[in-house]
Design a protein around this ligand. Structure first.
Ligand SMILES: Nc1ncnc2c1ncn2[C@@H]1O[C@H](COP(=O)(O)OP(=O)(O)O)[C@@H](O)[C@H]1O
Ligand SMILES: CC(C)(COP(=O)(O)O)[C@@H](O)C(=O)NCCC(=O)O
Length: 590
């Protein structure tokens, strides 16, 4: 099949939405899509023991299926989104609706781009061969022949050798085996680099292969079934594992030719030759910020369901906040304390503190706060979700990845990068890891949850003995992050309290990002700010802090917080997966 033509009125073709268990935090809700819950019930982001793949064998066994991939190879994480069509699209393809919203955005580099059909892989049907075997799909007999030819001429062995040699320098390798017969390459058990350790060994033994691939491809999200079309999968691994990923892909995937994969992020440029050399994969590169805007735009249209509320008690152990303790203290000192008029922040802090102290959860009892769907939507002025793709513009995107980019999106076709900061998600993770020895993002966030940053930060009250009323600074405002550690005795104590250090780090990063977001919103005159990026994932404290303290003047704050939507750059660059223009000018919607 050389060409597939489909209608792309996605909304009308999909089945009704089925909401999953409300205690979960996972969730991408494409409107009218169905979550696949055949997978592990505890599907957590990058959970290393998550059962392989996304692939539900029953769903693809025997099917001449094809998967189309979009990769976002970021500074820290590589996010992969792939779509596995059900079967022959032709048989399910009615005509084209040129009025489709997908069709209309194909302009100015932000809409649908020409992605040829080579941005396509197929999943192996042979589960016994390898649980997650990938092989390049050929659309026509002619292409298939050339695939096989290319496979014969490919020479990944050299690269594997080099890789093994490199590994051998740092890892214990059984020297009794020749390079090509090595079954295991053990990584040091004690490695403590602060990141998710997905794969602990490389193996060419099929049994272990499944295990390795399973671990590497830790699922980041339950698959989403687009009824009658196929399934969307979300995967993620650390970018520093790219060699491992490519070798495993090559080793187990039977990559048979050079084909283009939709790819974005800095790594799409940096590693493009590596993809080609190691795995024979050609990257079809897309600008990452364009992909981000496009991915968000797509989700905005089709994934408007926020999904989960914070369960009661989920914030046990404290919250990120401008510390209230000394504010209470200083409230006894009427001379030093700001009036509400002088310091509206201070007044709000008191009010919020009252609300919070009722249940000590650290979360306002506020039924409009929801998280976990494709978008966490919080309208500060109205109850319930209010964002609407049409009325949202102009808005800011604050993408918190390794670093932070701030974009002003003026229309679906127009955006510009208006700012950024190097103090981003990896600053939090790197610093917290270095300071506390924690070994994963989740651990760092969990640690922060139990900490008290006032033990670490120097507050205005620490300097002034109370509020600095003249300048509107409450005593509780952080004057200097980590400032208390200038005292040697404080440092010693702090080092015994990793949770306080983690919290101070999270607060510092959050405060900075929030302030920048607010300033950029003011400078550009926008009222809507959307926070996204993997830093958001499971990071309720960030969300809560931002909405409570930082962005009160902004009409609407949106959080794209699920892992799936944190993959929106990958989504954006495989937008062509869902809506694709073929070389004959047809829309292809998978
Ligand atoms: N499992 C994880 N492993 C590492 N970092 C994670 C993880 N989950 C969330 N993060 C956070 O997400 C950040 C990376 O965000 P991401 O949007 O993927 O950026 P990039 O595209 O630069 O890799 C990390 O710096 C960290 O703060
Ligand atoms: C360079 C980047 C666009 C890369 O994106 P990322 O992988 O961090 O998502 C981003 O890290 C960034 O904008 N950093 C901040 C640079 C600055 O404005 O100071």
């Amino acid at each position: 099949m050389d060409e597939v033509i489909m209608r792309c009125s996605i909304k009308s073709r999909l089945s009704p939405l089925i909401l999953p268990d409300s205690n979960s935090e996972k969730g991408l809700y494409l409107e009218n899509a169905i979550e696949n819950h055949n997978s592990h019930p505890d599907n957590a982001f990058l959970k290393s023991d998550y059962p392989l793949s996304p692939i539900n064998p029953a769903a693809w066994k025997g099917a001449s299926s094809r998967a189309r991939f979009g990769l976002d190879i970021g500074g820290t994480l590589c996010k992969v989104v792939f779509f596995e069509p059900l079967d022959d699209l032709d048989s399910r393809a009615p005509g084209i609706e040129s009025s489709s919203p997908c069709f209309s955005s194909d302009k100015n580099g932000l809409g649908v781009e020409m992605i040829d059909q080579e941005n396509s892989l197929s999943m192996s049907n042979s589960l016994t061969e390898c649980c997650c075997s990938l092989k390049l799909h050929s659309f026509s007999p002619r292409m298939k022949e050339s695939n096989e030819e290319a496979f014969c001429t490919a020479s990944p062995i050299e690269y594997r050798k080099r890789f093994l040699m490199k590994q051998a320098c740092t890892n214990s390798v059984d020297e009794s085996e020749s390079v090509l017969n090595i079954n295991f390459i053990k990584e040091p058990a004690s490695r403590n680099d602060g990141y998710f350790h997905g794969t602990t060994e490389l193996s060419i033994d099929p049994a272990k292969c499944s295990n390795n691939v399973r671990k590497l491809w830790a699922s980041s999200h339950d698959p989403v079934i687009l009824s009658g079309r196929g399934t969307l999968y979300f995967k993620c691994f650390e970018t520093w594992r790219i060699d491992e990923f490519l070798f495993l892909t090559k080793e187990h995937a039977l990559v048979t030719t050079r084909r283009a994969l939709g790819a974005t992020g800095g790594g799409a440029r940096k590693f493009s030759s590596k993809f080609l050399e190691i795995a024979g994969l050609e990257l079809n590169r897309f600008d990452e910020l364009k992909s981000l805007v496009r991915g968000i735009g797509f989700l905005m249209k089709y994934a408007q369901h926020e999904s989960f509320e914070y369960p009661q008690g989920s914030f046990q152990g404290g919250l990120i906040q401008r510390p209230f303790k000394s504010l209470e203290d200083s409230s006894n000192d009427s001379d030093e304390t700001l009036s509400e008029e002088e310091n509206p922040d201070s007044a709000n802090q008191f009010r919020d503190l009252d609300a919070i102290s009722e249940n000590q959860t650290g979360l306002k009892e506020c039924d409009k706060t929801k998280i976990g769907g494709a978008f966490f939507c919080h309208d500060l002025n109205r109850n319930g979700p209010s964002h609407d793709a049409q009325t949202l513009y102009p808005y800011l995107i604050v993408n918190i990845g390794s670093g932070v980019s701030i974009l002003l999106v003026e229309s679906p076709e127009q955006f510009k990068r208006v700012g950024g900061t190097s103090l981003g998600g990896s600053t939090f993770l790197g610093l917290t890891s270095a300071l506390t020895g924690c070994t994963s993002f989740k651990e760092a966030v969990d640690l922060a949850a139990t900490g008290d940053s006032t033990e670490i930060d120097m507050l205005v009250g620490d300097i002034y003995g109370g509020d600095y009323s003249e300048m509107g600074l409450a005593a509780t405002t952080v004057a200097s992050s980590f400032g208390k550690l200038v005292q040697p005795s404080r440092r010693e104590t702090a080092m015994q309290s990793p949770q306080h250090l983690a919290k101070a780090t999270l607060l510092m990063i959050t405060n900075n990002i929030g302030s920048l977001a607010k300033l950029h919103a003011q400078a550009t005159g926008v009222e809507h700010v959307l926070f996204t990026g993997s830093f958001m994932h499971g990071n309720k404290y960030f969300v809560h802090f931002i909405e409570t303290w930082i962005c009160r003047d902004i009409t609407e704050i949106l959080f794209s917080s699920s892992c799936a939507s944190a993959s929106n750059k990958a989504f954006g660059c495989c937008h062509g997966i869902l809506v694709q223009r073929t070389d004959k000018g047809h829309i292809l919607a998978a």
